[in-house]
Structure formats: structure tokens, C-alpha cells
Design a protein around this ligand. Structure first.
Ligand SMILES: NC(=O)c1ccc[n+]([C@@H]2O[C@H](COP(=O)([O-])OP(=O)(O)OC[C@H]3O[C@@H](n4cnc5c(N)ncnc54)[C@H](OP(=O)(O)O)[C@@H]3O)[C@@H](O)[C@H]2O)c1
Length: 241
């Protein structure tokens, strides 16, 4: 079954901003495919009823990206919306504690490398694998979830090396990818959701995912080729790199 607007894929769909993205895209008329790192979480979080099909994906594992892409390609003949939402601001616990990617004096190579795999290289490789499907989509569009903390011109804070630098890499991948697929009319946007109350954002964030995501999806769905290759806040205001 394909939604009236086509097919959308959301990574990290089991919780936080990803779960709300699935609800909004489903309400907007898309059939939503959601990825989840641990397939048992799709059952535990079965409140995400808007997800038609769950796909197992661990962005730190290249084989997992290959098998997820193959499964998506078997399931859908085209893809209209891809939201690279999954990400992390700490390294996986099996690699190191949060200090090892954040605090000068405690930094470790394996932790920093893991953040780049999950936040930047994984989303790029997944998107590359899905370009043939996007090329068959209707007004295809790709969103890369980024953060103002990765702004080179707008941020002078200390710490959080792994998170911020891996999102800077994602921003550059967004820009290069947009240029590469420009002639195929695939829109590629960096999107900053703002500070949102999730496991990553924490309880002090000013808005919930339910409050923030409708604006983000509204802009994503109305963006045109002239917006491609830049970063926007959730209201569609262009942000500095
Ligand atoms: N919340 C904020 O204030 C904020 C601000 C700016 C940007 N963002 C960006 O918005 C996106 C969503 O953030 P959020 O606040 O919803 O985060 P979250 O609640 O921590 O959820 C993160 C999602 O990413 C998945 N994920 C983590 N590591 C993964 C891996 N190796 N492979 C595949 N999936 C993985 C998680 O899966 P598991 O459940 O298996 O861990 C989860 O579904 C992120 O890219 C984040 O950088 C968030």
C-alpha cells in the first residue's frame, strides 16, 4: 500500500523527534517506513502506529546500511521523502562514556570516530544507496537533521567535540549531495529542529517534539529546489553554516 502522497522513510523512528516525524508524515498522506536500531524497540514503542513497516538499521555498521537499503528497495519502488533523523550526542556505551567524545583531556579516538560514523557517514551512505528510489519519487526530498551547535560562524562554545564536528561533516555532506543531485531535481536540506525535549534534548528544552515537528514537516514539504543545499530552522528560516 502506498500513501496518497507517496512513501517516506524516517531513520531513528522509534522515539523522540523521529517518532513525531512519522506521525506528521503519515497524517500528511505518506506511507511511512521507519528504521529502528533494535527491532524489539519497534514492538516496545508500538505507539508509533503511523509506521507501516519497520526496517532494522544501525548507522555505525556498514553491513546494516547495505541490508537496510536492500530491504527498503525490495519494499518500495520509489521514495518521495527521506529524513535522516537518527543521531547521537554521545558515543555508544560499548565504545566509551560521554566524556570521551566531549571533554578535552578525556577525548578518545574510538568515541570520536563512532560519532562521525553515526551522525555523518552513515546518513550519507544510506542516502547514496537510496538515490535510485528517490529518482523515481514525486518531487523527492531529503532532510538531514542538524544543529545550531555545528555552526562554524555562530558558535564559540567549548566542548562536545564529537557531536558538533560530526554534524559539521553532515552539513558539508548535505551541501555536496545537493549539488550532485541538483540536475535530478532532488531537494536536499539541512534542518535544525531547535532545542527539543527528548532524551537527547533533555527536560529543560522549551518545546516538545509534538510542538516542534509540525513546523519542521510543513517546511520540508513546501521546500523547492531553490532551497536545496542550505540549512534551515524548523520554520524555514535559512541558518548560517
Ligand atoms: N533534541 C534536540 O534538542 C535536537 C536539537 C538539534 C538537533 N537534533 C537532532 O535531531 C535528531 C533527533 O534527535 P532526538 O532529540 O529525537 O534524539 P533521541 O531522542 O536521542 O533519538 C535518537 C534516535 O536516533 C537513533 N540512533 C542513535 N544511534 C543510532 C545508530 N547507531 N543507528 C541508528 N539509529 C540510531 C536512536 O535509536 P535508539 O532508540 O536505538 O537509541 C533514536 O531513535 C538528531 O539527529 C539530533 O542530532 C536534536
Amino acid at each position: 500500500m502506498t500513501g496518497s502522497k507517496g512513501v517516506a522513510l524516517v531513520t531513528g523512528a522509534n522515539r523522540g523527534i523521529g517518532a513525531e516525524l512519522c506521525c506528521e508524515l503519515s497524517t500528511a498522506g505518506y506511507e511511512v517506513l521507519g528504521t529502528v536500531r533494535n527491532p524489539s524497540l519497534s514492538e516496545a514503542d508500538n505507539h508509533v502506529v503511523s509506521v507501516a513497516t519497520w526496517i532494522a538499521l544501525d548507522l555505525s555498521d556498514w553491513d546494516s546500511i547495505r541490508s537496510a537499503s536492500a530491504e527498503i528497495t525490495r519494499y518500495a519502488s520509489s521514495l518521495d521523502v527521506l529524513v535522516n533523523n537518527a543521531g547521537t550526542n554521545v558515543p555508544p556505551a560499548s565504545v566509551g562514556d560521554k566524556q570521551t567524545a566531549a571533554v578535552l583531556g578525556s577525548l578518545e579516538g574510538a568515541s570520536l570516530e563512532a560519532m562521525f560514523r553515526i551522525n555523518a557517514i552513515g546518513p550519507l551512505l544510506l542516502t547514496q544507496a537510496l538515490i535510485p528510489l528517490l529518482n523515481r519519487g514525486r518531487k523527492p526530498r531529503v532532510a538531514m537533521l542538524t544543529t545550531e551547535r555545528a555552526s562554524l560562524s555562530g558558535s564559540e562554545h567549548a566542548g562536545k567535540y564529537g557531536y558538533r564536528a560530526s554534524k559539521v561533516a553532515l552539513n558539508m555532506f548535505t551541501r555536496v549531495l545537493a549539488a550532485d543531485v541538483h540536475d535530478e531535481n532532488v531537494i536536499v536540506l539541512g534542518m535544525d529542529p531547535g532545542w527539543v525535549k527528548t532524551s537527547m534534548g533533555g527536560l529543560d528544552a522549551p518545546v516538545t517534539a509534538r510542538e516542534a515537528v509540525p513546523d519542521l514537516v510543513s517546511f520540508l514539504l513546501r521546500a523547492t529546489m531553490r532551497h536545496s543545499g542550505r540549512i534551515y530552522d524548523r520554520h524555514g528560516v535559512a541558518q548560517s553554516w
